[in-house]
Design a protein around this ligand. Structure first.
Ligand code: HEC
Ligand code: HEC
Ligand code: HEC
Length: 257
């Protein structure tokens, strides 16, 4: 792309942001640069989000890989017509929802990614499965770009997202989930009831980490009101394939009105 063209696109983008700011939802598009990658959850610990990691580590989301092993939750597997003694740990039909970034850049690779019971990372439903769009995040880029002032509407341009209820449905209630409410009503999904169990970070704040993102107001993001499309996927000949979204190459559009 030559410079003039780039400038033109840049101006169009600025204009659309202006319109969006004035409430013109038709222009609610953001440009997410095309190089996101998954970093894993362990990277969020020991730096900026220790209490969140510590809290998450003790929740079912941090142990989702375990469920794919033979014999684990045999009763539930039986009930759901899954085979209780099969090894699903390399099965592409399960890994998208039970690990982080499976089939995408930097994400989980069956048979290669290390598994740890002490420091869960890629082998879990990690931070990035709920907090990012389009294949991971660009933490280094937005740290630099925002000068450490993490306003939501600024960092979501780099792939962070705040349409949480929408994002849960990447997995909970997704059409490809084998865990249908018709099998067991406990699989139906109520966001308000469940969101409080995601990471109860308050308990993990202490003298050492209290300077980290504690009750900081980050302002409102655009994605809160205009949920992003969910990256959809399919398994074709034993391999996961992500469906192209409209304008996939660099743009995500909001599903809003
Ligand atoms: C579309 C996403 C998705 C796919 C694909 C998926 N799972 Fe799950 N799995 C989930 C979610 C979400 C839950 C939690 C359900 C809940 O608590 O309502 C879950 C829960 C489970 C549980 C615990 C169920 C219980 O009642 O205790 C097992 C076991 C499991 N999955 C195994 C598998 C296996 C094996 C596969 C592949 C054959 C698979 N899953 C594919 C999303 C998925
Ligand atoms: C299952 C989805 C999910 C996972 C996994 C998850 N989070 Fe969250 N996170 C949420 C939701 C939902 C909220 C908003 C909670 C609310 O509004 O009460 C949130 C809020 C946050 C916030 C506050 C953001 C803000 O701008 O106010 C931080 C920081 C955070 N999470 C960090 C993490 C870290 C670090 C991890 C991984 C160790 C993680 N989260 C894993 C769903 C998730
Ligand atoms: C990448 C897939 C994925 C995403 C995204 C996801 N979950 Fe889950 N969730 C799972 C799996 C798999 C389990 C099963 C854990 C188990 O049964 O041990 C689960 C379990 C849970 C549980 C524990 C089940 C229980 O015992 O009550 C809660 C609560 C939950 N999810 C809430 C959420 C919320 C809220 C969001 C969105 C902010 C979300 N999840 C997003 C995959 C996901």
């Amino acid at each position: 792309m030559n410079t003039r063209y780039r400038y033109l696109i840049g101006s169009l983008f600025a204009v659309s942001l202006l319109l969006a700011a004035k409430g013109g939802v038709q222009a609610a598009q953001i440009n997410i640069p095309a190089k996101p990658a998954y970093m894993g959850s362990a990277a969020c610990n020991g730096r900026c989000h220790d209490p969140w990691y510590q809290a998450w580590k003790n929740t079912p989301h941090a142990k989702t890989y375990e469920l794919l092993k033979p014999g684990v939750r045999a009763h539930a597997k039986n009930k759901g017509k899954l085979s209780p003694n099969a090894d699903y740990t390399k099965n592409p039909n399960c890994l998208r929802c039970h690990t982080t970034g499976y089939g995408q850049k930097g994400g989980f690779i069956a048979g290669e990614t290390p598994i740890s019971s002490v420091m869960p990372d890629m082998e879990a439903v990690g931070c990035e499965m709920c907090h990012t769009a389009r294949g991971g995040n660009q933490a280094m880029a937005f740290m630099k770009e925002t000068d450490g002032v993490f306003k939501r509407n600024k960092i979501e341009v780099w792939g962070l997202r705040y349409d949480y209820e929408n994002v849960c449905r990447r997995c909970h209630g997704h059409p490809k989930s084998p865990h249908k409410p018709s099998i067991d009503p406990k699989y139906s999904f109520n966001y308000k009831a469940r969101k409080n169990h995601v990471h109860d970070y308050e308990k993990y704040y202490n003298e050492l980490n209290k300077t980290q993102t504690y009750k900081i107001k980050h302002g409102a993001g655009v994605t809160e009101k205009h949920p992003l499309m969910i990256e959809d996927w399919d398994v074709v000949e034993g391999k996961i394939q992500f469906k192209k979204l409209p304008l996939w190459d660099g743009w995500l559009i909001y599903k809003g009105k």
